[in-house]
Design a protein around this ligand. Sequence first.
Ligand SMILES: [Zn+2]
Ligand SMILES: [Zn+2]
Length: 86
Amino acid sequence: MSGPKKYSDDEMAKRLMEHLGHPIEIVKYGDPAMNVAIECVQCGAVLMDFDVGEPFECVSCGADLEPGVDVCEECGEPTGTTEEKS
Ligand SMILES: [Zn+2]
Ligand SMILES: [Zn+2]
């Protein structure tokens, strides 16, 4: 299983019910953390996971963007936040 996947509440509830009574732990991926997951220790299964990142603003138009976005959804300009201009 790879890539982000969204579950409905019903699907999520059923997934979690499979792990009733199992030991659960929080696992962080990356340093600094890029992703935090809730995992079942007993099954070694990821139950839920969440991306970590500060939202940032487009340098061109000021739109609020998701972390890691390379091109602004609003103005189409490169966000330019990954490299410092000299
Ligand atoms: Zn389990
Ligand atoms: Zn923009």
